[in-house]
Ligand binder design. Structure first.
Ligand code: SF4
Length: 98
């Protein structure tokens, strides 16, 4: 895992637990490969919410690059609970595809 356990309980369940932390701090086309690793991660939403709430400036977190996170933060600047918002969006998406 590329972050220490932050007390949130999810950090140790990430699929990147045993990966080189530097693998998530790449640029360009390599970022797409890294993002694909996050797709099936069971804590993807928690990871992404944490990165958004803490304004992580670099790296791929929760399947989003820094540029994608910056855009999302610009588009939705007043979110106080990213995890709830992401979970609602995910549920809505899965209902539409069912
Ligand atoms: S979403 Fe990606 S970066 Fe976050 S814990 Fe899972 S594998 Fe690691």
């Amino acid at each position: 895992m590329r972050r220490v356990d932050d007390g949130m309980g999810w950090a140790g369940r990430g699929l990147c637990t045993n990966l080189d932390p530097d693998a998530f701090f790449v640029q360009g086309a390599e970022q797409q490969q890294v993002k694909a690793r996050c797709g099936p991660c069971p804590v993807r939403l928690e990871c992404l919410a944490d990165a958004l709430e803490n304004r992580m400036e670099f790296g791929v977190w929760g399947g989003m690059t820094e540029r994608e996170r910056r855009r999302l933060l610009r588009q939705t600047p007043n979110v106080s609970d990213w995890l709830s918002l992401l979970q609602e969006a995910e549920q809505s998406r899965s209902h539409r595809s069912a």
